[in-house]
Write a protein that binds this ligand. Sequence first.
Ligand code: SF4
Ligand code: ZN
Length: 459
Amino acid sequence: MEDIPVDVGLIYEGERIRKSSMYVDLAGPKSKGAELLLVVPPDEVEDGKVEVVGPDVDQMEEGGRYPFGILIKVAGEKLEEDLEGVFERKLHYFCNYIQGFMHLNSRDIIWCRISKDAAKKGLKLYHVGRVLVNLYKSEFDVIEKIQVTFYTDEKAVDEHIARAREVYEKRDARASAIKDEDVDVFYSCLLCQSFAPTHVCAITPSRSGGCGAVTWFEGRAAVKVDPSGPIGEIPKGEVIDPVKGEYSGINEYVREKSNGTIERVYLHSLFDYPHTSCGCFEAIAFYIPEVDGIGIVHRDFHGVTPFGIPFSTMAGQVGGGVQSQGFLGISIAYLRSPKFLQGDGGWRRIVWMPSQLKERVRSAIPQEMYDLIATENEAQDLDTLRKFLEEKQHPVLERLKAEEAKEKAEEAPEEEQPAATMPELTVPVQAGAGAPVEFTITFKNAKIYAEKIIIRRKE
Ligand code: SF4
Ligand code: ZN
C-alpha cells in the first residue's frame, strides 16, 4: 500500500479513542452524518479516486466536531444492488483497522473519531479513502472499480444524508415485501462475533440484522458472491412457533455457532428466548413491568427513557451477545416489519418511544395506536407514563389490571387462591376398603390451587 502515515491492521479493530485523546469528532450524536455504498454502472466510477468535499483533517480545528458523510461507489460485472448493505456494513470494520481512526454504528447514525496521535502523524481522510479502496478490492474480487468520497462541508453532508435515507428506505421496503413463511432459507451474519463471540444474527424477511444494514435480500446476495464469508445460510427447518418466530433450523444453527451457549431463539419476542444483542443495534425494545408494556429507544435519542436511564446505559446492559430477558436490540427497519414483536402483542403492547422515532416510522404504526403511544413529551418517568396510558386507555392496561387483580387474589388466604383454571379434570377414586366400587369425580371449570402435587405409583 502507498504511504499511509499510520498502521493498518486487524489489531486496531478494538481501539477506542477517548475524548481526551481525540483530535476531531466526525458525525456522531452531537452532529450529523451518513454512510452509503452504492453499486453503480462501471462508467460512473473512476477507479481508485478519493475525494474530500470540504475541509480535510489538516484543515480542521483540534477538538472540533464536523458533519461527515461517506459515499462509496463500486462497480463490477457480478455485483447487484442487493449487495450494497453488506458491503456498506464492512465499512465499519475496515475503518476500524486504521490506527487512530474510530468508526461506530451504521447508516445515518455513524460516529467517527480521529486521534490526536494520528492527526499528528498526518493522517487525512484522503488516506482513509486509500485504505478503503485497497481493503475492499483485496477482500472482494467481485469489486472491479471503487471510488470514495468524503463530505465534511455542511451543505454537502445534508444532501448526502437525504440521498442516503432515500436509499435505506428503498432497501427496507423491498425487504418487507416478503414474509418469513414465503422462504425456505434464512441467513445468518457472524460479523459481530469479533466483539460479541456468542452473537449470531438471524436474518429473515421479517427481521433484518440488528445494525439495520443486512436484510434477507442482502444476505442472499452476499452468500452468492462470498460463500465462505461471515454471512451464511440457515436452513429454516420446522416451524416450532409461528407467532413468536421459533424455527428448528435457527435453533440448531445458533446452538452450533454460539458454541452451545444459546439454545433457542424467538425472532419476534423479547421474553424467554429473545434474540441475542451484539452492540451495534439501532434501537432497543425494553419491557416496562410497571405498565406491562414495551418501550423503544433509538441510538439518536439523547434524553432518558421512563426508566430514568438513556440509550447508552441501557445498551451497555443489553449487548455483548447474550439473551437479555425483556430487552432486545433491533434495527429501525424491524419496526416496519409486519411481524414486529408479534409474539408479545406487536404495536398494541408499545407504550413509549421518542417523538423523533415515532414520526420516522409513523406509517408502520397502526392508526388506532399512534396517539396511544407516549413520547418524551408526555412521559418522562413511570408515573407520568402510567397516567398518560390511563388517560388514553391504552390496551396494556387491560392486561395490567387483570394481572394486578390476580396478584391481589394471590395475597388472599390460601384456600381462596385460584391459580389455575381447568376446563375439566377427571379423577378415579376408590370408595372404601371393602367392595372395590369405583367412582369418577369430574371437576368442571374448577379453580385449583396446589402448593405441591405428589404422584405415587398405585400399590
Ligand atoms: Fe451482522 Fe448482525 Fe452485526 Fe449487523 S448486527 S453486522 S447483521 S452480526
Ligand atoms: Zn453488532
